[in-house]
Every structure is written in structure tokens, then in C-alpha cells.
Design a protein around this ligand. Structure first.
Ligand SMILES: Nc1ncnc2c1ncn2[C@@H]1O[C@H](COP(=O)(O)OP(=O)(O)OP(=O)(O)O)[C@@H](O)[C@H]1O
Length: 774
């Protein structure tokens, strides 16, 4: 642990004032830059575009950067400037493999051992260890230089900022004091220091180095939660920083239990990668999230880190064009989900994509008039032509041209015209005239539209709602019971989360279906609001940016959050979006709601290919207090025996509460929510078994804005100040992965947990469900 010292108020006030002075300098400098930018703009406008393109580009880049800063400053950041490190004199820096100055060590003469004349606690070995601060760095959301190009603020992603996150008392490097600065707008509110070299007597500008506060991490963790995730930029921990800055090449895999910061790390990594190599990631970064709720929860983090536009956060159920964001919140019952998610569906869909041509009102005869005579193909002949066309490997919709050609061939043969021409040239001419004659005939074009229609993924999927038909396509792949379940689910209204991956697969098998236009991502420059008046040379000379009206199909980097939950079919879908990408994959097998981990692992391997992988593990739970983590770990022991839970970093003294539901369980839940709302300042989540979700939403309506009611599968990745978990046993029994889903539900709270048991839980006299007893 780092040392914390409670300084007198006068010291605290003086230190806050010192940081205030620095922040004032930063704002003054930024204002200067803005004025400079405005002058440059009007100057450039006055003189027209004089100067070399290079000089103009340079000037415009300055204008652009100033505009970005202005924009950031005007959006009410709590903490533009949030950190500071005070460093001993150092040896020349050596960069680590990821570009960070991890190996920077103090200079050999940085620490002097004196004669103990400072009084106090000189140790037995004699002599006090003295040192002085040689350098102070301030760290913030963006870098700011003063007029002499000396850094006033270093961007948190810069290599020089790494020691702020990496230094520990065991390996402090040059860092003596790490300070987190709390500010809002232009006002510094407080400072919290960690002393990393408590054994040293250190001076700064000749005076003893003061240390203030109880540590910033604990302050951050204890704060009330809202419905939006906060960035953790001021308190990223060393093991997290290593992942955030890991080299981008290949695949970075991160595992860690609940609350270890996987989602936070994944998002900060996206911002870091963009900072490192903006050009490379102009190809876009895709973050795949399990639910629209988690997308909504995390969406604000990147803008707060200074990044937006190039990163698309998408729920796995809305990766496909034409499927509206947030619209897909229907879940299949577990047995059906298991079939729809399985890689076995690829075989079924392959047959369906081709077989769908023969469904519905397929014309059984083609009759045309050519060269004044009637030519006809009957049902058998047409079937033969279709077989021959389908011998091609192209997607079905792209075989249409081949179908047309083969039909004309068959008609030509049938017409008997061919033998009449001995001369090949004449024969070719006659054939061309024959084709032309027929192709312009309405009978022929109408026939082709009906006989080889353009198939859409939605149309084909809907056709599988017919049980007999599906059984045909699924022969020897699915059991009759599986066929029945899938067909019935497709007959119901609305797409489920698992249908979306099937649509994506069909899109590939069918080829280029008509795409509905949908305004989506904007060009990054367009999304930097506040920049309207600032343009760059590149912008003025480039053609107007094209608005993206469909989903990007491929990305430069793909981040998969909650990766343990992707089904094989979803891995195929996501894999297609990152065929040439580098990847960051974060997850926790113990929280997986997918029942067939081996099948999913195979699909994951296929999606990630043979790229080299780097693995990281996160070990500390920053969300749950030890009291809650302890109850959750009882379920982990049942769900995945032998798995070590992450270590909870704090405890609150508040033990989880257990209640037995009365005659109406919702009355009990309502009362418990009321109690928790009084106990915590922020949000309360009520997590219920999926089968109760809709009923619970109805019965628990009107509890106020701070309360959210969700099904267990929707709780993934979310967190609340307090949670009520209704019926652990029902949750555990809902699917083969039910215990792991329950583990997720129990690990959502940052402060309080109340468990309400129903008779299914076999609660003891104290209300503790059978599953949760120690
Ligand atoms: N270094 C940190 N400083 C402050 N807060 C942190 C830090 N690391 C994580 N947290 C907080 O801990 C909580 C859990 O983080 P996050 O949701 O990223 O964890 P996770 O590993 O994705 O969890 P789960 O697997 O349960 O979804 C969040 O509130 C996050 O802000």
C-alpha cells in the first residue's frame, strides 16, 4: 500500500492553490491559442490561400488543434487536468516495448544518505535518505504546451504519462509523489496524494514535499453511480495500464472477474490506440457490446476521453443494417437460443439460402416466342437448368445473371434454330438476335423475376418459420424438437438477439441484398461540435465528406466486450467485421451465459485466425465491496469449481441482506427498493429471472428514475449502487449456464445487495437461499 498522510487544512489549502495557479496558466495558454487560431483564420481568409500547401496545412493543423481544445474546454469536464507526478532526477529514459517509459530509474546520485541531522527517525543503519524533486509533470485529457513548447499538461496517453499509472511503492521508478487533482471547470476542488517513496526525505524547491489526502482510488470507487459509466482516467491502476498500452499488433486477450475494469480498460484502450496511430485507426474501431443497455451505459466514456466519431459502439444485436439500434431486446428461450447460436446453423442456412428459390409460387413453365415460333421449357427442364445454375459457388442473388444465361441456352437448344446455321459466324449472329428477341419480352423478364427472385435475409429467415420446410433444410443437422423450437420462435413477431447473427450469415450467403438507408456514423470531423467555424486545409481541398448511411463492414480494430457470451454464430458475424483488423478481446468465462464453451472457443479461434495473441489477467475487483464479493464467490464455487474470484479492493461493513418473499414477491421487492433508495445516493438495479422480466417491469413501475428493472441476461456489464436480486434459484434453473448468469446478477452492486428468496430458493429461517449458504 502507498503511504497516506493527513495534512493540516492549511497545507491542503496551499496545495490546492498551487494547482489552481497551474490550471489558471493552462487556461490562459489555451485562450491564447484560441485567439491565435482566430487570427490565423481571419488572416488566411483576408489574404486568400497564399503560401505553400505545406505551410497552410501546418497552420490549419494548429487551428484545428486549438478548436479541439476549445471544444473540450467548453464541454463541462469535471477534470481537464487531473494528475501530477513529482520525479527524482533520472537516468536517460529507456522505453519499454509498448513505448512507455517504464524502465526509467532514478539517477545513481538521486538519493543522498546524510548524517541524520534532520532529526526525527533516522534509522539504525545511520543517516537519513534525502532527495530533491527534479521534475514535475501535470497530466490531463489532452496535451498543452506553453509558448516555449514546454509541456503544461501531458496527454494521459503519452509515454511520459505512463509512470503516473504504473508507479507502485514496490517499483516506484522516479516517482516520489503521485497526485490526483479534482477540478470542475476552472476550479480546483481538491488534491489526493500517494507517496511512493515514504522512506525518503524529499524537498521541492527547497521546502519539504507535502502530502495530502487519503488516496484517489477509494474516493472514486465510493462515489454514487449514475446511469452513465465514468471514465477512470485519473485512477487507472498499473495492471490495467499495461493492457491499455499493450502494442496493437495481433490479438490482445484480457480476462478478469467481475468489476476488474475490463470494460473500462477496453474503452480507454480504444482512446489510446487512436492517440498512438490515428491514421491507422481511421479505418474505424468497433466495440461490440452484449446489450443495448450496456451500449447506452458506456457510450459517454469515449467522448469524455477526447475521442468520438471513429469508434462505433454496437450491441451484438444491432450490427446488421436495417436492424434498428436498441430495437432487438427480445431473447429466445435458452433451448432455442442454444440452437440458433450454434455453428450447426451455418449448414442449415446454406441449404435454406439456395432452397428458398424453390419456395412459394414458382412458375412451372416458361413460354416465349422467338423468331416467330413458340419455345417452351417445362417443369422438368426448368429444374435441370436450376440445378446447373446452383452448381456455381457464388451467393444466390449473384447467380441471377448465370440463371438468365442458362435459360437462354436451354431455349436456344429447344428452339431447334441452331442446326440451321453451318457458318459459326452466322450462328453467333443468329444467337445474339435470338437472345435479344427473348430478353426484351415481358414474359421472359417477368418469368425470371418470379423464378429467380432477389432474396432478402429477412425473407429467407421468415420462410424458416414453416416447420416442415425447416425440417427439410435441417435434415441430419437438427433434431425434430430443435426444429420445432426454432420454427415456432421464428413464427412469433419480432427479431431476437440471436436472429441477427443468422441474418448476417444469410446476407453473405445471398449476396448484396438491397440496403435500407440509415443515417449512422458521421465523418469524425463532422462530429467535433464547436468546430463549425474552423476548417483545415485538407478539408477545404477535399471533396465534401460522404455521410455514412450504412454500417461499416470492416474495421481496423475490433474490441469485443463480454467476449465469453458470443455464440459461435455471433463470432462469425463479428469476425467478418475484423478480417484485417487487430483485436482486443475482454471477458470472463465465469460469467458466460453460453452453455457450450468449446463450440464457442472454436468459433472464436476461427474469427481471430492465426494471429499471435498476448494474454493479460486483471485480478482486482473495484466494484463490489468484499461483503458482496464473498456471497457471490459461493456461487462461483458451484458454477466453476476451482476458479479464483478477483480480490475485492474495499469493504463497506454492510453485509448483504436476505429476505423471504411474502405472498406477492413484488411487494417484498418494492419495500426493499424503498429501503435501498434511502441508503444510497445513486442508482438501484432490480435483477429478476428472464422469465419474470416483463411481469416485473409492470409490477414495479413507478419506482422513480433511480431504479431500473432488468432481466438477468440484461444485467451484463452494468452496475448500480445497490441491487435487489429476486430468486437466485429461479435464475440458476433458467438455463444450463444459469449459475454463471446468477453470478453476474450478484456482482452488480457497488454498495448494497439485497436478495429476495422465493419458495424455489428453499430459504432458511434467516431468508438465505440454499444456493447462497456458506
Ligand atoms: N482504476 C480504476 N479507478 C476507478 N474506478 C475503477 C477502476 N477500475 C475499475 N473501476 C470501476 O470499477 C467498476 C467496474 O469496472 P468495469 O465495469 O469496467 O468492470 P468489468 O471487469 O467490465 O466488470 P464485469 O465483468 O462485471 O462487467 C466501474 O465502476 C469502474 O469505473
Amino acid at each position: 500500500m502507498t503511504a497516506h498522510i493527513t495534512a493540516p487544512d492549511s497545507v491542503r489549502d496551499r496545495e490546492i492553490q498551487a494547482e489552481q495557479d497551474h490550471l489558471d496558466r493552462v487556461y490562459d495558454r489555451l485562450e491564447e491559442k484560441i485567439h491565435e487560431a482566430e487570427f490565423l483564420m481571419s488572416d488566411a481568409a483576408k489574404r486568400g490561400q497564399v503560401g505553400t500547401p505545406g505551410a497552410l496545412a501546418e497552420r490549419d493543423a494548429q487551428v484545428f488543434r486549438a478548436g479541439v481544445h476549445l471544444n473540450r474546454l467548453n464541454s463541462e469536464f469535471e477534470d481537464f487536468l487531473f494528475g501530477r507526478i513529482d520525479l527524482l532526477p533520472g537516468k536517460d529514459g529507456v522505453r519499454g516495448p509498448d513505448g512507455a517509459y517504464t524502465s526509467v530509474e532514478p539517477a545513481d546520485d538521486a538519493v543522498e544518505t546524510g548524517g541524520g541531522d534532520g532529526g526525527g527517525d533516522g534509522d539504525a543503519a545511520g543517516g537519513e535518505q534525502r532527495a530533491r524533486i527534479a521534475e514535475t509533470l501535470h497530466i490531463g485529457r489532452l496535451g498543452v504546451l506553453d509558448a516555449d513548447y514546454a509541456p503544461l499538461v501531458i496527454d494521459w496517453r503519452a509515454p511520459a504519462a505512463a509512470p503516473f499509472y504504473r508507479a507502485t511503492p514496490v517499483a516506484p521508478g522516479r516517482v516520489v509523489r503521485r497526485r490526483v487533482i479534482r477540478s470542475r471547470g476552472r476550479r480546483v476542488l481538491g488534491v489526493e496524494d500517494d507517496l511512493l517513496r515514504p522512506e525518503l526525505s524529499v524537498t521541492l524547491d527547497g521546502a519539504a514535499l507535502p502530502v495530502v489526502g487519503d488516496g484517489a482510488l477509494m474516493a472514486a470507487l465510493g462515489r454514487a453511480r449514475t446511469h452513465a459509466m465514468r471514465d477512470i482516467v485519473s485512477s487507472i491502476q498499473a495492471e490495467q495500464d499495461t493492457v491499455i498500452r499493450a502494442p496493437a499488433a495481433s490479438v490482445t486477450e484480457v480476462e478478469g472477474g467481475p468489476g476488474t475494469g475490463k470494460t473500462a480498460v477496453a474503452l480507454h484502450r480504444a482512446a489510446y490506440l487512436l492517440y498512438q496511430d490515428r491514421r491507422r485507426y481511421a479505418g474505424g474501431i468497433l466495440v461490440v457490446s452484449p446489450t443495448p443497455l450496456l451500449v447506452a451505459y458506456t457510450e459517454g466514456v469515449l467522448p469524455s476521453l477526447g475521442e468520438e466519431g471513429q469508434v462505433a459502439i454496437r450491441a451484438v444485436g444491432s450490427l446488421v443494417d436495417g436492424v434498428d439500434d436498441g430495437a432487438v431486446t427480445l431473447y429466445d428461450e435458452p433451448a432455442v437460443a442454444r440452437v440458433k447460436g450454434s455453428a450447426r446453423m451455418t449448414g442449415v442456412l446454406r441449404r435454406a439460402a439456395r432452397g428458398a428459390l424453390s419456395l412459394g409460387d414458382v412458375p412451372q413453365r416458361l413460354r416465349v416466342v422467338a423468331f416467330g415460333a413458340r419455345v417452351e421449357l417445362d417443369a422438368r427442364e426448368l429444374r435441370r437448368v436450376r440445378q446447373a445454375v446452383l452448381g456455381g459457388t457464388a451467393p444466390v442473388n449473384l447467380l441471377r445473371a448465370r440463371a438468365r444465361r442458362f435459360l437462354l441456352d436451354a431455349l436456344w437448344q429447344k428452339s431447334g434454330a441452331r442446326p440451321r446455321y453451318d457458318d459459326p459466324e452466322l450462328a453467333a449472329e443468329a444467337r445474339a438476335a435470338f437472345d435479344e428477341d427473348i430478353s426484351t419480352e415481358d414474359d421472359f423478364t417477368g418469368f425470371l423475376d418470379a423464378w429467380w427472385p432477389e432474396l432478402t435475409p429477412r425473407g429467407v429467415l421468415a420462410a424458416l418459420a414453416d416447420e416442415r420446410r425447416l425440417a427439410g433444410f435441417a435434415r441430419r443437422v437438427l433434431t425434430p424438437a430443435e426444429v420445432r423450437g426454432v420454427a415456432r420462435s421464428l413464427a412469433r413477431d419480432g427479431l431476437t438477439v440471436h436472429d441477427v447473427a443468422l441474418l448476417d450469415e444469410l446476407q453473405v450467403l445471398l449476396g448484396a441484398p438491397a440496403k435500407p438507408a440509415r443515417p449512422r456514423e458521421l465523418d469524425p470531423l463532422e462530429t467535433l461540435t464547436g468546430l463549425e467555424e474552423l476548417t483545415t486545409y485538407a478539408e477545404r481541398t477535399a471533396p465534401a465528406p460522404r455521410r455514412r448511411d450504412t454500417e461499416r463492414q470492416e474495421y481496423a480494430h475490433v474490441i469485443v466486450d463480454e467476449a465469453q457470451d458470443l455464440t459461435p454464430m455471433q463470432w462469425r458475424m463479428v469476425g467478418r467485421r475484423g478480417r484485417h483488423a487487430t483485436w482486443t478481446v475482454v471477458g470472463d468465462p465465469a460469467q458466460s451465459s453460453w452453455p457450450d464453451p468449446e463450440e464457442a472457443a472454436a468459433a472464436r479461434t476461427e474469427a481471430l485466425g492465426t494471429r499471435p495473441r498476448r494474454r493479460f489477467t486483471l485480478t482486482v475487483n473495484y466494484r463490489n465491496p468484499a461483503e458482496i464479493a464473498d456471497v457471490a464467490s459461493r456461487v462461483l464455487a458451484l458454477a466453476m469449481p476451482g476458479t479464483r474470484p478477483p480480490e475485492a479492493v474495499r469493504s463497506t461493513g454492510a453485509e448483504p441482506a436476505f429476505r423471504t418473499a411474502g405472498a406477492d414477491p413484488y411487494d417484498t421487492v418494492r419495500a426493499e427498493v424503498g429501503r435501498l433508495l434511502a441508503d444510497v445516493d445513486g442508482t438501484v438495479g432490480v435483477v429478476v429471472p428472464m422469465g419474470r422480466r416483463d411481469e416485473a417491469r409492470g409490477r414495479l413501475a413507478g419506482l422513480g428514475e433511480r431504479v431500473v428493472v432488468l432481466g438477468s441476461l440484461e444485467a451484463k456489464g452494468l452496475e448500480y449502487d445497490a441491487t435487489v436480486v429476486l430468486s437466485p434459484a429461479e435464475m440458476a434453473d433458467e438455463s444450463p449456464a444459469g449459475l454463471r448468469v446468477l453470478y453476474v446478477a450478484l456482482t452488480r452492486a457497488t454498495q448494497r445487495l439485497t436478495v429476495v428468496a422465493t419458495p424455489a430458493d428453499l430459504p432458511d429461517a434467516a431468508g438465505v437461499p440454499d444456493l447462497l449458504r456458506p
